[in-house]
Design a protein around this ligand. Structure first.
Ligand code: BDP
Length: 704
C-alpha cells in the first residue's frame, strides 16, 4: 500500500490552508470534470480575485488551465457572479434573498442544457466567499455533485485585533515582529499584505484593527494615516476594512489640547476633525477600538465621566461617515476587590446608554484569556447594548507558540455556554448573533500573526487563526469539523492522517494545557509579567493585588476562590440558571470548581478522589497527554513533508519538557500548602520548591 503519495518534499507553511496541493488521480479527474470553463460577466477588483482564485486552484490541483467564456456551452462550466455582473444568474431563481450582503449560494444547475456549478452572491464579496468555499470543497475532496449550498455569516463584524506597536514589536506576539512595515509604507506595498488579506478573506474575516489596544497617539497623525490608507487600499478587494485602536488622550498628545474630557466641546471637535480627515483618505474606514481606563490607559473616568460618555463622543464623530466604536469592557484597575467582577460593576448600569454605532467588546471570560474560564457574565446581563466577543488567538496564557493547543474547543465551550437568558437554553453564540434590539453584531480575535515565515510561529498555530475565522462566520460551528477541514487543507486530506491528528492531537490538546497549568478551575498560575512558565507561589492570598496566590487562595485549609454569596459574590453576576450551575459544588462540573469555591483538600469529588488527589491526577494527565500527542505525531511522518514534520516534532519536545516543569513546580508548591502525601503511583517532583522558584527566564518574547 502506497502511503500518502501526495506529500510534498518541503513546505515552509506560508501558504497556510490555501496550498491547493495537487489532487491524487481520483478526485483530480472528478474535479477536472466539474471545472471545464469559467463563465463570468463584468468584473471588479473583487470579482477579479475570485476568478483568479478558481483558475489557479484548478491549475494547481489538477494541472489543467480552464478557459474563460461568456456563455455556457459545455458541461462542467463554473458560473461566477452577481445578478448585476452576470444577468443569467438572475434567471436561475437562486435563494439569494436569504443570504444578505456577505452570503453566497453554490448550486449545481442546468443552463442551456449543460450541467454547471453556479457560485453567486448579492455582492462581489459574497461571490468571493463562495469561491473560497467551493475551492475548499475541492481541496478537501468533498463531492462536487448536486451542490445546494446556501450560506450567510451570523455576525457582521469579523475582525482581527493586532496588538502591534509602531516600532514593530507585538504585545503578546510569539511569531516574530509585526507584518506592518510602517517605515516603508505608504510607498512600498509588500506582497505579504495581499497574502494576508487573501488568507483572511478565505475564512470570512472582514476587518482588521492594525495596532495595539495600548495605543500610541501617533497612529492618528497625518503621516501614519497615509500609511494606513495604503494598507486599506491593498485590503479592499478582499473585503477587509481597516480599523484603528485609539488612545483616548490623543487630543492632548496630538492636538495640543489641555484635556481629553469627552464632554469638552474642543475635544469633541478635535475628534470630528480627525474623523473627517481619516475618511478623506479612507472612505470605507471601519472605526475605532478603545481600551480606556484599564491597566493605566487614559479614559473618560479621568474626568469623572462614564464609559458611555467617552464612547458616545467618539461615536458621534464617526457616525456621519458610517464608522463604529468598539469599546472594550476589559477594565482592570487594582482597586477592585474581586478582579473578575469589575467589568460587570462598571458596565451594567450603562446598559442601553450607548449610541447605536457603539458595540462593547467583551473578553470571553471575566478574567483575562485564561486556559479555562467560565463565560463572561456580561453576555447574560447586558440586554440593551450590542456586545461582541473578544477571543485571544495568540497563546499568551497557553504556552506561547511552542505548545500545541487547538483553541477551537475553548471557543466552542464558551459559545455554547448557556447565558441563562430566556426560558430555555440561550447560548453565548445566540446572544452574539441575535441581539435583543437591532444593532451591530461581531466578534474579534487577538491575532497570532507575525513575520515568521509560516505567519504564526508553528504550523499548528495556524489552526487557531483558521478556527477563529470559521467561528466568526458561524458561532455555532463545530470545533472538530473545523479542525478536520484545517488538517486536510494544511497537511493531507487522507483520513489516516486527519482522524488521528484531529481526535488524538488537536481536540484534546487544550485540555492538556489546562491540566498541566491550572486544573479544576484554578486560574492564572503563570509567572507574572511575561506569563511564561509556572509561578503558583507568587503573591499573597490575602492581598487584593492579582497574583497566582490571590487566585488560588491555597493554604493548609484548602484551595479555591470563593465567589459564592459567602465570598466575593461575583457569582451573583450570572443569571439564575448559570448561577445555579456554578453555585452548587456537588453538582458542579469540576472544571470550574476552584473558580467559584474554596474547598478543603479532603473534599471528595464525584469521581471518588479527594480534591488533592484529583489535582495531582490532573497535572499528571496533562503531562502524559503531551507525551501521547508527541507519539501520535511521530506515527504521522508518512503523511507530512519533512520540514513541517520535524518542526512540529521539536515543538512537542519543548512542550513535553515544559508541561513537566509546570506539573512539578505546581505539585511542589501545592504540596507545600496541603502538607499531604502524593497519591499512590504519582512521582514526586524532581526538585524541591526552592529550585523551581529560583528559575528566572529573561528576554521573553511579546512582553511590554
Ligand atoms: C492582557 C495582556 C496585556 C493586554 C491586556 C488587554 O497581558 O498585554 O494589554 O490583556 O487585553 O491579557 O488589554
Amino acid at each position: 500500500m502506497a502511503l500518502a503519495a501526495n506529500v510534498a518534499t518541503a513546505e515552509n507553511g506560508h501558504d497556510l490552508w490555501l496550498r491547493n496541493a495537487p489532487l491524487d488521480s481520483g478526485p483530480r479527474n472528478a474535479t477536472a470534470m466539474f471545472a471545464t470553463g469559467l463563465v463570468i460577466g463584468s468584473t471588479s477588483p473583487t470579482l477579479d480575485v475570485a476568478v483568479h482564485e478558481v483558475v489557479h486552484a484548478i491549475a494547481n490541483m489538477t494541472g489543467k488551465q480552464i478557459p474563460y467564456r461568456n456563455i455556457v456551452k459545455m458541461d462542467g462550466a463554473i458560473v461566477i457572479g452577481t445578478t448585476r455582473s452576470l444577468p443569467m444568474i438572475a434567471k436561475l431563481n437562486l435563494p439569494l434573498a436569504s443570504v444578505g450582503k456577505d452570503g453566497y449560494v453554490i448550486r449545481s444547475v442546468r443552463i442551456n442544457g449543460y450541467n454547471t456549478t453556479v457560485i453567486a452572491g448579492n455582492t462581489d464579496i459574497g461571490v468571493l466567499y463562495g469561491t473560497y468555499a467551493w475551492i475548499r470543497r475541492v481541496a478537501m475532496r468533498s463531492s462536487l455533485n448536486s451542490l445546494k449550498i446556501v450560506e450567510a455569516p451570523s455576525l457582521q463584524l469579523r475582525i482581527l485585533n493586532h496588538w502591534d506597536n509602531i516600532d514593530g514589536t507585538i504585545e503578546r506576539g510569539y511569531a516574530g515582529n509585526s507584518i506592518w512595515d510602517w517605515w516603508t509604507l505608504p510607498d512600498v506595498k509588500r506582497q505579504k499584505y495581499v497574502d494576508y488579506a487573501r488568507a483572511n478573506a478565505s475564512i470570512g474575516i472582514n476587518g482588521t484593527v492594525l495596532n495595539n489596544v495600548n495605543a500610541d497617539a501617533a497612529m492618528l497623525s497625518t503621516e501614519y494615516l497615509n500609511k494606513v490608507a495604503a494598507l486599506a487600499n491593498t485590503f479592499r478587494p478582499y473585503g477587509i476594512k481597516v480599523y484603528l485602536s485609539v488612545r483616548f488622550s490623543s487630543p492632548m498628545e496630538l492636538g495640543g489640547l489641555s484635556t481629553a474630557d469627552p464632554l469638552d466641546l474642543a475635544v469633541a471637535k478635535w475628534w470630528q476633525f480627525k474623523a473627517a480627515q481619516i475618511y478623506r483618505k479612507i472612505p470605507d474606514f471601519g472605526g475605532f477600538l478603545v481600551k480606556a481606563n484599564s491597566e493605566g490607559q487614559p479614559g473618560p473616568q479621568d474626568y469623572h465621566r462614564t464609559h458611555a460618555d467617552g464612547a458616545n463622543m467618539l461615536a458621534a464623530a464617526l457616525k456621519p461617515h458610517g464608522g463604529i466604536v468598539m469599546w472594550r469592557a476589559f477594565v482592570y484597575a487594582r482597586r477592585s476587590k474581586d478582579r473578575v467582577g469589575q467589568a460587570y460593576d462598571e458596565f451594567l448600569s450603562l446598559d442601553g446608554k450607548f449610541s447605536s454605532n457603539v458595540i462593547l467588546q467583551v473578553k470571553n471570560g471575566p478574567l483575562d484569556f485564561q486556559p479555562r474560564e467560565p463565560f463572561h457574565p456580561l453576555f447574560g446581563a447586558m440586554q440593551n447594548t450590542p456586545l461582541m466577543m473578544e477571543f485571544q488567538i495568540t497563546k499568551e496564557y497557553l504556552g506561547f507558540s511552542t505548545h500545541v493547543a487547538y483553541l477551537g474547543t475553548l471557543w466552542q465551550e464558551v459559545l455554547r455556554s448557556d447565558t441563562g437568558l430566556g426560558n430555555k437554553t440561550y447560548t453565548v453564540a445566540d446572544r452574539l448573533s441575535r441581539p435583543t434590539s437591532k444593532g451591530i453584531t461581531g466578534i474579534a480575535g487577538v491575532a497570532n500573526i507575525g513575520t515568521a515565515q509560516d505567519w504564526t510561529g508553528g504550523v499548528f498555530n495556524q489552526a487557531n487563526w483558521y478556527a477563529f475565522g470559521r467561528f466568526s462566520w458561524c458561532p455555532n460551528a463545530n470545533a472538530r469539523n473545523i479542525a478536520r477541514e484545517w488538517a486536510a487543507l494544511t497537511f493531507n486530506a487522507d483520513t489516516r492522517f486527519v482522524d488521528p491528528v484531529v481526535d488524538r492531537i488537536m481536540m484534546p490538546s487544550r485540555e492538556f494545557v489546562v491540566d498541566y497549568t491550572g486544573p479544576l478551575g484554578l486560574t492564572h498560575q503563570m509567572n507574572t509579567g511575561h506569563h511564561y512558565g509556572p509561578g503558583p507561589w507568587i503573591g499573597d492570598p490575602a492581598a487584593s493585588i492579582a497574583s497566582s496566590r490571590y487566585y488560588s487562595k491555597a493554604d493548609s485549609g484548602g484551595i479555591g476562590f470563593d465567589r459564592t454569596s459567602n465570598g466575593s459574590k461575583t457569582i451573583e453576576q450570572y443569571r439564575p440558571r448559570a448561577r445555579h450551575m456554578y453555585g452548587d459544588k456537588s453538582a458542579l462540573d469540576s472544571r470550574y470548581l476552584l473558580w467559584f469555591h474554596h474547598v478543603p483538600w479532603s473534599l471528595k469529588l464525584a469521581g471518588g478522589r479527594t480534591v488533592w488527589d484529583e489535582l495531582v491526577f490532573r497535572y499528571d494527565r496533562g503531562v502524559s497527554g503531551v507525551t501521547r500527542m508527541k507519539q501520535v505525531w511521530s506515527g504521522l511522518q508518512p503523511f507530512v513533508d519533512a520540514d513541517r514534520f520535524h518542526e512540529v516534532t521539536s515543538y512537542f519536545t519543548v512542550q513535553k519538557r515544559e508541561a513537566q516543569w509546570w506539573r512539578d513546580a505546581s505539585v511542589a508548591f501545592f504540596q507545600s500548602q496541603s502538607h499531604l502525601p502524593l497519591p499512590a503511583g504519582h512521582a514526586p517532583p524532581t526538585h524541591d520548591i526552592e529550585w523551581y522558584k529560583s528559575i528566572k527566564v529573561s528576554h521573553v518574547p511579546g512582553t511590554e
